[in-house]
Design a protein around this ligand. Structure first.
Ligand SMILES: [Zn+2]
Length: 453
Protein backbone atom coordinates (compact mmCIF):
# COMPACT_ATOMS: atom_id res chain seq x y z
CA UNK A 1 0.00 0.00 0.00
CA UNK A 2 1.33 3.42 -0.96
CA UNK A 3 2.06 6.12 1.56
CA UNK A 4 -0.92 8.41 2.11
CA UNK A 5 -1.36 11.55 4.14
CA UNK A 6 -3.98 13.19 6.32
CA UNK A 7 -3.70 16.96 6.56
CA UNK A 8 -5.18 19.32 9.16
CA UNK A 9 -4.50 22.73 10.63
CA UNK A 10 -4.91 21.08 14.05
CA UNK A 11 -2.96 17.86 14.48
CA UNK A 12 -2.66 16.95 18.17
CA UNK A 13 0.79 15.72 19.04
CA UNK A 14 2.38 15.28 22.47
CA UNK A 15 4.33 18.49 21.80
CA UNK A 16 1.23 20.54 20.97
CA UNK A 17 -1.38 21.34 18.34
CA UNK A 18 -0.56 22.69 14.90
CA UNK A 19 -0.77 22.28 11.12
CA UNK A 20 0.78 19.09 9.77
CA UNK A 21 0.46 16.19 7.40
CA UNK A 22 0.47 12.77 9.05
CA UNK A 23 1.94 10.20 6.70
CA UNK A 24 0.56 6.68 6.90
CA UNK A 25 2.19 3.60 5.45
CA UNK A 26 0.83 0.11 5.96
CA UNK A 27 -1.33 1.12 8.91
CA UNK A 28 1.53 2.78 10.75
CA UNK A 29 2.43 6.47 11.12
CA UNK A 30 5.42 6.98 8.80
CA UNK A 31 6.05 10.56 9.86
CA UNK A 32 4.51 13.90 10.74
CA UNK A 33 5.66 16.59 8.29
CA UNK A 34 4.84 20.21 7.40
CA UNK A 35 3.93 19.30 3.81
CA UNK A 36 3.43 16.04 1.95
CA UNK A 37 6.20 14.93 -0.40
CA UNK A 38 5.29 15.01 -4.12
CA UNK A 39 3.10 12.16 -5.31
CA UNK A 40 1.61 11.37 -1.89
CA UNK A 41 -2.18 11.30 -1.91
CA UNK A 42 -3.44 13.60 0.84
CA UNK A 43 -6.86 13.89 2.46
CA UNK A 44 -7.28 17.46 3.75
CA UNK A 45 -9.71 17.67 6.69
CA UNK A 46 -9.22 21.44 7.04
CA UNK A 47 -9.79 22.72 10.58
CA UNK A 48 -11.15 19.45 11.91
CA UNK A 49 -8.95 18.23 14.74
CA UNK A 50 -6.88 15.09 14.22
CA UNK A 51 -6.25 13.51 17.62
CA UNK A 52 -4.82 10.11 18.47
CA UNK A 53 -7.58 7.50 18.65
CA UNK A 54 -8.92 7.18 22.19
CA UNK A 55 -7.79 4.24 24.32
CA UNK A 56 -10.59 3.19 26.64
CA UNK A 57 -9.05 0.58 28.91
CA UNK A 58 -12.13 0.02 31.08
CA UNK A 59 -15.04 -1.44 29.15
CA UNK A 60 -17.48 -4.25 29.97
CA UNK A 61 -18.39 -6.07 26.77
CA UNK A 62 -20.15 -8.79 28.77
CA UNK A 63 -19.41 -11.45 26.15
CA UNK A 64 -19.47 -14.42 26.10
CA UNK A 65 -22.50 -15.04 28.24
CA UNK A 66 -24.34 -11.82 28.97
CA UNK A 67 -24.76 -10.80 25.35
CA UNK A 68 -28.24 -9.51 26.15
CA UNK A 69 -26.39 -6.72 27.98
CA UNK A 70 -23.78 -5.81 25.32
CA UNK A 71 -21.36 -7.66 23.06
CA UNK A 72 -18.14 -7.25 21.12
CA UNK A 73 -19.88 -6.30 17.89
CA UNK A 74 -22.21 -3.64 19.29
CA UNK A 75 -19.73 -2.43 21.87
CA UNK A 76 -16.88 -1.95 19.42
CA UNK A 77 -19.18 -0.27 16.88
CA UNK A 78 -20.02 2.20 19.63
CA UNK A 79 -16.33 2.61 20.41
CA UNK A 80 -15.51 3.42 16.79
CA UNK A 81 -18.37 5.92 16.66
CA UNK A 82 -16.91 7.60 19.74
CA UNK A 83 -13.41 7.95 18.33
CA UNK A 84 -12.13 5.07 20.46
CA UNK A 85 -9.71 2.87 18.50
CA UNK A 86 -8.59 0.62 21.36
CA UNK A 87 -10.66 -0.87 24.16
CA UNK A 88 -9.60 -3.19 26.95
CA UNK A 89 -12.33 -5.52 28.16
CA UNK A 90 -12.97 -6.26 31.82
CA UNK A 91 -13.02 -9.84 33.17
CA UNK A 92 -16.65 -9.45 34.16
CA UNK A 93 -19.60 -9.51 33.50
CA UNK A 94 -19.00 -12.15 30.88
CA UNK A 95 -19.89 -15.77 31.58
CA UNK A 96 -17.53 -17.33 32.33
CA UNK A 97 -15.69 -14.53 34.11
CA UNK A 98 -12.10 -14.26 32.89
CA UNK A 99 -10.35 -15.84 35.86
CA UNK A 100 -8.78 -18.87 34.15
CA UNK A 101 -6.89 -19.52 30.93
CA UNK A 102 -9.83 -21.50 29.55
CA UNK A 103 -12.16 -18.59 30.20
CA UNK A 104 -9.74 -16.23 28.48
CA UNK A 105 -9.57 -18.53 25.47
CA UNK A 106 -13.39 -18.60 25.35
CA UNK A 107 -13.43 -14.82 25.39
CA UNK A 108 -10.82 -14.56 22.64
CA UNK A 109 -12.88 -16.95 20.53
CA UNK A 110 -16.05 -14.95 21.06
CA UNK A 111 -14.32 -11.71 20.06
CA UNK A 112 -12.53 -13.08 17.00
CA UNK A 113 -13.57 -11.45 13.74
CA UNK A 114 -16.31 -9.37 15.36
CA UNK A 115 -14.58 -6.22 16.59
CA UNK A 116 -14.56 -2.83 14.87
CA UNK A 117 -11.63 -1.55 16.96
CA UNK A 118 -8.59 -3.21 18.53
CA UNK A 119 -9.29 -5.02 21.79
CA UNK A 120 -7.16 -6.04 24.75
CA UNK A 121 -8.24 -8.07 27.78
CA UNK A 122 -7.91 -7.87 31.55
CA UNK A 123 -8.00 -11.07 33.60
CA UNK A 124 -9.51 -11.39 37.05
CA UNK A 125 -8.23 -12.03 40.58
CA UNK A 126 -10.73 -13.89 42.76
CA UNK A 127 -10.19 -15.85 46.00
CA UNK A 128 -8.12 -18.94 45.33
CA UNK A 129 -7.09 -18.28 41.72
CA UNK A 130 -3.47 -17.18 42.26
CA UNK A 131 -2.50 -20.44 40.57
CA UNK A 132 -4.44 -19.41 37.45
CA UNK A 133 -2.65 -16.09 37.06
CA UNK A 134 0.46 -17.43 35.25
CA UNK A 135 -1.84 -19.08 32.68
CA UNK A 136 -3.75 -15.85 32.20
CA UNK A 137 -0.45 -14.00 31.76
CA UNK A 138 0.75 -16.51 29.19
CA UNK A 139 -2.61 -16.19 27.44
CA UNK A 140 -1.98 -12.49 26.96
CA UNK A 141 -3.98 -10.51 29.51
CA UNK A 142 -2.64 -6.99 30.06
CA UNK A 143 -3.23 -7.10 33.82
CA UNK A 144 -5.74 -8.47 36.32
CA UNK A 145 -8.61 -6.89 38.18
CA UNK A 146 -9.91 -7.54 41.68
CA UNK A 147 -12.82 -6.22 43.69
CA UNK A 148 -12.46 -5.30 47.35
CA UNK A 149 -16.25 -5.26 47.72
CA UNK A 150 -19.07 -7.37 46.22
CA UNK A 151 -18.73 -7.07 42.46
CA UNK A 152 -22.43 -7.12 41.68
CA UNK A 153 -22.31 -10.68 40.34
CA UNK A 154 -21.79 -13.76 42.49
CA UNK A 155 -19.45 -15.53 40.05
CA UNK A 156 -16.76 -12.84 40.57
CA UNK A 157 -16.32 -12.80 44.37
CA UNK A 158 -14.30 -10.05 45.97
CA UNK A 159 -10.75 -10.59 47.14
CA UNK A 160 -9.56 -10.12 50.71
CA UNK A 161 -6.25 -8.52 51.68
CA UNK A 162 -4.90 -12.02 52.08
CA UNK A 163 -6.02 -13.02 48.57
CA UNK A 164 -4.35 -9.93 47.17
CA UNK A 165 -1.13 -10.55 49.10
CA UNK A 166 -1.04 -13.95 47.43
CA UNK A 167 -1.88 -12.73 43.93
CA UNK A 168 0.17 -9.56 43.73
CA UNK A 169 3.66 -11.11 43.75
CA UNK A 170 2.55 -13.41 40.91
CA UNK A 171 1.32 -10.46 38.88
CA UNK A 172 4.48 -8.49 39.66
CA UNK A 173 6.66 -11.36 38.46
CA UNK A 174 4.75 -11.41 35.16
CA UNK A 175 5.02 -7.64 34.74
CA UNK A 176 1.28 -7.14 35.10
CA UNK A 177 -0.59 -4.52 37.14
CA UNK A 178 -3.33 -5.26 39.65
CA UNK A 179 -6.45 -3.22 38.87
CA UNK A 180 -8.63 -2.73 41.91
CA UNK A 181 -12.21 -1.71 42.49
CA UNK A 182 -11.39 0.26 45.62
CA UNK A 183 -14.34 0.12 47.99
CA UNK A 184 -14.36 -1.71 51.33
CA UNK A 185 -17.74 -2.50 52.81
CA UNK A 186 -17.54 -0.74 56.16
CA UNK A 187 -21.28 -0.69 56.58
CA UNK A 188 -23.30 2.46 56.17
CA UNK A 189 -25.39 4.58 58.54
CA UNK A 190 -28.44 2.32 58.60
CA UNK A 191 -30.85 5.11 59.34
CA UNK A 192 -29.89 6.93 56.16
CA UNK A 193 -30.69 3.98 53.99
CA UNK A 194 -33.89 2.85 55.62
CA UNK A 195 -35.36 6.26 56.32
CA UNK A 196 -35.25 7.39 52.72
CA UNK A 197 -37.29 6.01 49.86
CA UNK A 198 -35.44 3.47 47.68
CA UNK A 199 -36.03 5.97 44.87
CA UNK A 200 -33.98 8.67 46.64
CA UNK A 201 -30.57 9.17 45.05
CA UNK A 202 -29.29 10.65 48.31
CA UNK A 203 -30.05 7.41 50.12
CA UNK A 204 -28.00 5.44 47.60
CA UNK A 205 -25.17 7.96 47.80
CA UNK A 206 -25.04 7.69 51.59
CA UNK A 207 -25.03 3.91 51.43
CA UNK A 208 -21.56 3.99 49.81
CA UNK A 209 -19.70 6.78 51.61
CA UNK A 210 -16.27 8.14 50.61
CA UNK A 211 -14.75 6.27 53.56
CA UNK A 212 -15.34 3.01 51.69
CA UNK A 213 -13.01 4.20 48.95
CA UNK A 214 -10.57 5.93 51.23
CA UNK A 215 -10.00 2.83 53.40
CA UNK A 216 -9.71 0.53 50.38
CA UNK A 217 -7.11 2.82 48.83
CA UNK A 218 -5.09 2.89 52.05
CA UNK A 219 -5.13 -0.91 52.06
CA UNK A 220 -4.00 -1.00 48.42
CA UNK A 221 -1.18 1.47 49.05
CA UNK A 222 0.07 -0.77 51.86
CA UNK A 223 -0.06 -3.88 49.66
CA UNK A 224 1.70 -2.01 46.87
CA UNK A 225 4.47 -0.95 49.26
CA UNK A 226 4.77 -4.50 50.56
CA UNK A 227 4.74 -6.37 47.23
CA UNK A 228 5.88 -3.70 44.71
CA UNK A 229 3.21 -4.99 42.38
CA UNK A 230 1.88 -2.12 40.24
CA UNK A 231 -1.56 -1.09 41.50
CA UNK A 232 -4.17 0.75 39.49
CA UNK A 233 -7.20 2.29 41.18
CA UNK A 234 -10.12 2.03 38.78
CA UNK A 235 -12.92 4.61 38.61
CA UNK A 236 -11.92 6.86 41.50
CA UNK A 237 -14.94 8.78 42.78
CA UNK A 238 -13.91 9.98 46.25
CA UNK A 239 -11.73 13.08 46.10
CA UNK A 240 -10.87 12.57 49.77
CA UNK A 241 -8.50 9.81 48.61
CA UNK A 242 -6.41 12.18 46.52
CA UNK A 243 -3.99 13.06 49.32
CA UNK A 244 -3.28 9.39 50.04
CA UNK A 245 -2.69 8.76 46.35
CA UNK A 246 -0.48 11.81 45.95
CA UNK A 247 1.67 10.73 48.89
CA UNK A 248 1.96 7.19 47.50
CA UNK A 249 3.10 8.55 44.15
CA UNK A 250 5.54 10.93 45.81
CA UNK A 251 6.94 7.94 47.68
CA UNK A 252 7.66 6.36 44.30
CA UNK A 253 5.15 3.54 44.59
CA UNK A 254 3.90 2.15 41.26
CA UNK A 255 0.34 3.44 41.59
CA UNK A 256 -1.91 4.83 38.87
CA UNK A 257 -5.45 6.17 39.02
CA UNK A 258 -8.32 6.56 36.60
CA UNK A 259 -11.65 8.32 36.83
CA UNK A 260 -14.69 8.41 34.57
CA UNK A 261 -16.72 10.96 32.63
CA UNK A 262 -19.65 10.47 35.01
CA UNK A 263 -17.62 11.56 38.02
CA UNK A 264 -16.25 14.56 36.12
CA UNK A 265 -19.38 15.67 34.27
CA UNK A 266 -22.33 14.79 36.51
CA UNK A 267 -23.15 15.53 40.15
CA UNK A 268 -25.33 14.10 42.89
CA UNK A 269 -27.30 17.31 43.30
CA UNK A 270 -28.63 17.02 39.72
CA UNK A 271 -29.62 13.34 39.72
CA UNK A 272 -33.39 13.01 39.97
CA UNK A 273 -34.87 10.48 42.38
CA UNK A 274 -35.70 7.23 40.62
CA UNK A 275 -33.19 7.94 37.80
CA UNK A 276 -31.38 4.62 38.07
CA UNK A 277 -29.55 5.13 34.76
CA UNK A 278 -27.18 7.18 36.95
CA UNK A 279 -26.52 4.34 39.38
CA UNK A 280 -22.93 3.15 39.46
CA UNK A 281 -20.44 2.12 42.13
CA UNK A 282 -18.78 3.99 43.64
CA UNK A 283 -21.55 6.55 43.31
CA UNK A 284 -21.51 9.92 41.58
CA UNK A 285 -20.86 12.37 44.43
CA UNK A 286 -21.52 16.05 45.09
CA UNK A 287 -20.34 19.02 43.01
CA UNK A 288 -17.57 20.00 45.41
CA UNK A 289 -16.14 16.47 45.15
CA UNK A 290 -16.36 16.68 41.36
CA UNK A 291 -14.34 19.90 41.28
CA UNK A 292 -11.71 18.33 43.53
CA UNK A 293 -11.47 15.42 41.07
CA UNK A 294 -10.85 17.90 38.24
CA UNK A 295 -8.05 19.43 40.26
CA UNK A 296 -6.62 15.94 40.83
CA UNK A 297 -6.71 15.31 37.09
CA UNK A 298 -5.07 18.62 36.21
CA UNK A 299 -2.45 18.00 38.92
CA UNK A 300 -1.66 14.51 37.63
CA UNK A 301 -2.71 12.59 40.75
CA UNK A 302 -5.41 11.11 38.53
CA UNK A 303 -3.64 9.73 35.48
CA UNK A 304 -6.41 9.30 32.94
CA UNK A 305 -10.10 9.05 32.07
CA UNK A 306 -11.93 5.97 30.82
CA UNK A 307 -15.62 5.22 30.35
CA UNK A 308 -16.26 2.18 32.57
CA UNK A 309 -18.96 1.43 30.01
CA UNK A 310 -21.11 -1.08 31.89
CA UNK A 311 -24.52 -1.51 30.31
CA UNK A 312 -27.16 -4.09 31.18
CA UNK A 313 -30.50 -5.26 29.88
CA UNK A 314 -32.74 -2.18 30.35
CA UNK A 315 -35.20 -3.97 32.66
CA UNK A 316 -32.40 -4.49 35.21
CA UNK A 317 -32.32 -0.72 35.77
CA UNK A 318 -35.83 -1.15 37.25
CA UNK A 319 -37.23 1.83 35.35
CA UNK A 320 -40.73 1.19 36.68
CA UNK A 321 -39.85 1.40 40.34
CA UNK A 322 -36.68 3.54 40.20
CA UNK A 323 -35.32 1.49 43.09
CA UNK A 324 -31.69 2.48 43.56
CA UNK A 325 -31.01 -0.29 46.05
CA UNK A 326 -31.87 -3.07 43.62
CA UNK A 327 -31.19 -1.62 40.14
CA UNK A 328 -28.06 -2.78 38.30
CA UNK A 329 -25.17 -0.38 38.82
CA UNK A 330 -23.36 0.67 35.67
CA UNK A 331 -23.37 3.51 33.17
CA UNK A 332 -23.49 3.15 29.40
CA UNK A 333 -21.20 5.78 27.91
CA UNK A 334 -18.51 4.25 25.70
CA UNK A 335 -19.51 6.24 22.61
CA UNK A 336 -19.80 9.57 24.40
CA UNK A 337 -16.58 9.93 26.39
CA UNK A 338 -14.89 12.44 24.13
CA UNK A 339 -17.72 15.01 23.92
CA UNK A 340 -18.55 14.54 27.58
CA UNK A 341 -15.05 15.12 28.84
CA UNK A 342 -14.24 17.81 26.26
CA UNK A 343 -17.39 19.80 27.05
CA UNK A 344 -16.59 19.85 30.75
CA UNK A 345 -12.80 20.12 30.38
CA UNK A 346 -12.85 23.05 27.97
CA UNK A 347 -14.89 25.06 30.48
CA UNK A 348 -12.10 24.46 32.97
CA UNK A 349 -9.36 25.54 30.60
CA UNK A 350 -8.12 22.17 29.34
CA UNK A 351 -6.34 21.95 25.99
CA UNK A 352 -6.68 19.45 23.16
CA UNK A 353 -3.23 18.18 24.12
CA UNK A 354 -4.42 17.42 27.65
CA UNK A 355 -7.45 15.55 26.32
CA UNK A 356 -5.08 13.39 24.25
CA UNK A 357 -2.92 12.76 27.32
CA UNK A 358 -5.90 11.82 29.50
CA UNK A 359 -7.83 9.73 26.99
CA UNK A 360 -5.19 8.26 24.66
CA UNK A 361 -1.52 8.38 25.68
CA UNK A 362 -1.72 7.57 29.39
CA UNK A 363 -4.30 4.76 29.22
CA UNK A 364 -2.27 3.23 26.36
CA UNK A 365 0.93 3.40 28.38
CA UNK A 366 -0.79 1.96 31.45
CA UNK A 367 -2.12 -1.01 29.46
CA UNK A 368 1.38 -1.72 28.13
CA UNK A 369 0.41 -0.55 24.65
CA UNK A 370 2.25 2.78 24.57
CA UNK A 371 4.67 1.58 21.89
CA UNK A 372 1.76 1.14 19.44
CA UNK A 373 -1.17 3.23 20.66
CA UNK A 374 -2.15 6.58 22.09
CA UNK A 375 0.04 9.17 20.32
CA UNK A 376 0.51 10.67 16.88
CA UNK A 377 4.17 9.91 16.37
CA UNK A 378 6.25 8.02 13.82
CA UNK A 379 6.20 4.26 14.27
CA UNK A 380 2.88 4.05 16.11
CA UNK A 381 -0.36 2.67 14.71
CA UNK A 382 -2.23 5.13 12.48
CA UNK A 383 -5.20 5.39 14.85
CA UNK A 384 -6.97 8.75 14.69
CA UNK A 385 -10.17 10.48 15.63
CA UNK A 386 -11.08 13.33 13.30
CA UNK A 387 -13.50 15.59 15.13
CA UNK A 388 -15.05 19.01 15.40
CA UNK A 389 -14.48 20.39 18.91
CA UNK A 390 -16.97 23.22 18.28
CA UNK A 391 -19.92 21.19 16.99
CA UNK A 392 -22.77 21.27 19.52
CA UNK A 393 -25.17 18.36 19.69
CA UNK A 394 -27.44 16.43 22.02
CA UNK A 395 -27.00 12.65 21.89
CA UNK A 396 -30.14 10.89 20.69
CA UNK A 397 -30.92 7.22 21.15
CA UNK A 398 -30.80 6.63 17.37
CA UNK A 399 -27.17 7.85 17.39
CA UNK A 400 -26.07 5.12 19.79
CA UNK A 401 -24.55 1.86 18.62
CA UNK A 402 -24.81 0.17 22.03
CA UNK A 403 -26.94 -2.95 22.14
CA UNK A 404 -29.45 -0.93 24.15
CA UNK A 405 -29.93 2.68 23.12
CA UNK A 406 -29.96 4.02 26.67
CA UNK A 407 -27.56 6.31 28.49
CA UNK A 408 -27.90 9.01 31.15
CA UNK A 409 -26.38 11.40 28.60
CA UNK A 410 -29.25 11.32 26.10
CA UNK A 411 -30.33 14.90 25.42
CA UNK A 412 -27.29 16.43 27.16
CA UNK A 413 -25.88 19.67 25.70
CA UNK A 414 -22.48 18.51 24.46
CA UNK A 415 -19.77 19.96 22.26
CA UNK A 416 -17.35 17.96 20.15
CA UNK A 417 -18.55 15.67 17.42
CA UNK A 418 -16.66 12.72 15.92
CA UNK A 419 -16.57 12.98 12.10
CA UNK A 420 -14.30 10.05 11.32
CA UNK A 421 -12.41 7.33 13.15
CA UNK A 422 -9.37 5.69 11.57
CA UNK A 423 -7.90 2.38 12.76
CA UNK A 424 -4.44 1.47 11.49
CA UNK A 425 -4.99 3.75 8.49
CA UNK A 426 -8.47 2.47 7.64
CA UNK A 427 -11.66 4.49 8.27
CA UNK A 428 -13.81 2.42 10.64
CA UNK A 429 -16.44 5.12 11.24
CA UNK A 430 -17.42 7.87 8.80
CA UNK A 431 -19.82 9.94 10.92
CA UNK A 432 -22.82 7.71 10.40
CA UNK A 433 -21.69 4.15 9.62
CA UNK A 434 -18.83 1.68 9.81
CA UNK A 435 -17.38 1.34 6.29
CA UNK A 436 -14.55 -1.11 6.97
CA UNK A 437 -16.28 -3.93 8.83
CA UNK A 438 -14.89 -5.70 11.89
CA UNK A 439 -11.15 -5.30 11.21
CA UNK A 440 -10.23 -4.92 14.90
CA UNK A 441 -7.36 -7.04 16.15
CA UNK A 442 -6.70 -8.47 19.56
CA UNK A 443 -3.92 -6.90 21.60
CA UNK A 444 -2.22 -9.50 23.75
CA UNK A 445 0.55 -8.89 26.25
CA UNK A 446 2.71 -11.63 24.78
CA UNK A 447 2.59 -9.84 21.39
CA UNK A 448 3.19 -6.48 23.00
CA UNK A 449 6.26 -7.78 24.79
CA UNK A 450 7.66 -9.10 21.52
CA UNK A 451 6.91 -5.91 19.57
CA UNK A 452 8.40 -3.64 22.21
CA UNK A 453 11.65 -5.58 22.44
ZN1 LIG B 1 -16.08 -1.40 35.51
Amino acid sequence: MAVRGIKSTRVVRPSGVGPAVVLVDGGVIAGVVPAAPPGVEVVDVGRLVVSPGLVDCHVHMNEPGRTEWEGFETGTRAAAAGGVTTVVDMPLNSTPVTTTRDALDAKLASAAGRCFVDVGFWGGVVPGNAGDLPGLAEGGVLGCKAFLVHSGIDDFPNATARDLAEAMPVLRDHGLPLLAHAELDLGAPVTDVTETSPRAYRGYLRSRPPAWEDEAIKLLVGLCRQTRCAVHVVHLSSASSLDTLRQAKDEGLPITVETCPHYLCLDAESIPDGATLFKCAPPIRERANREALWKGLFDGVIDFVISDHSPCAPALKLPDTGDFAHAWGGIASLQLGLPNVWTAARRRGASLTQIAEWMSARPAAFAGLGHRKGRIAAGLDADFVVWDPDAAFAPASEDLFFRHKVSPYLGAALTGRVRQTILRGVPVFDGTAHPAGPIGQRLLKRDAAREAS
